[in-house]
Design a protein around this ligand. Structure first.
Ligand SMILES: Nc1ncnc2c1ncn2[C@@H]1O[C@H](COP(=O)(O)OP(=O)(O)OP(=O)(O)O)[C@@H](O)[C@H]1O
Ligand SMILES: Nc1nc2c(c(=O)[nH]1)N=C(CO)CN2
Length: 168
């Protein structure tokens, strides 16, 4: 069956890992995302980042991808949960260590407010580990404050985050 253009959505996904082989988890995640995407997945660089929200855990690797998906928001969330589970993700401590975390940052230009899903991701605007890689892919997008993601990232790029390179 053909996918109609209006059924395809542009989404940005935040990826994080701080347990096990972090780089392997990122690579596995991007390959899995490629399987649900229409066309190529575009990747930011990879950053090593100090933990935010719960300090007593290892540093993360973080990156962001942009892709087009033929899925509605909750179906995309379910697909991301499945990929997290396949990477051995468990949920014990809020903001705590995890093999793989996949967050929907942006879904087209939509505002989504379901019990299980809020988009734009409500905590992304303060997080250097999201804004800095996201600014590589969408520097001119604006948040509710009216500031661009590029400006928000520039104001935070010294905050516990170090560029380590590209996976692709
Ligand atoms: N934009 C979103 N992307 C992913 N999950 C979301 C989003 N909005 C709400 N959720 C919900 O958050 C729940 C908890 O997700 P998770 O365990 O990954 O949180 P967390 O990574 O510890 O914290 P944070 O959401 O601040 O990154 C998910 O099961 C999902 O229902
Ligand atoms: N540096 C960093 N800190 C975090 C991260 C993350 O991906 N990177 N994810 C969290 C859970 O939402 C909590 N804290």
């Amino acid at each position: 069956m053909q996918t109609r253009i209006q059924d395809v959505h542009e989404v940005y996904i935040g990826i994080g890992s701080n347990v096990g082989s972090r780089e392997t988890h990122l690579r596995t995640a991007v390959r899995a995302l490629q399987r649900i995407a229409v066309g190529a997945v575009q990747c930011s660089g990879v950053y090593e980042t100090a933990p935010v929200g719960y300090a007593n855990q290892p540093d993360f690797l973080n990156m962001v991808v942009r892709m087009q998906v033929p899925l509605r928001p909750l179906a995309l969330l379910a697909a991301l949960h499945q990929i997290e589970q396949e990477a051995g993700r468990t949920r014990e401590i809020r903001f705590g260590p995890r093999t793989l975390d996949l967050d929907i940052l942006l879904f087209d230009n939509d505002y989504i407010c379901y019990r299980m899903l809020q988009v734009p991701h409500p905590r992304m605007w303060d997080r250097a580990f999201v804004l800095v890689p996201l600014a590589e892919l969408a520097p001119m997008r604006r948040g509710r404050s009216g500031c661009t993601i590029g400006d928000l990232a520039a104001a935070r790029k010294e905050m516990g985050i170090r560029y380590v390179g590209r996976l692709w």
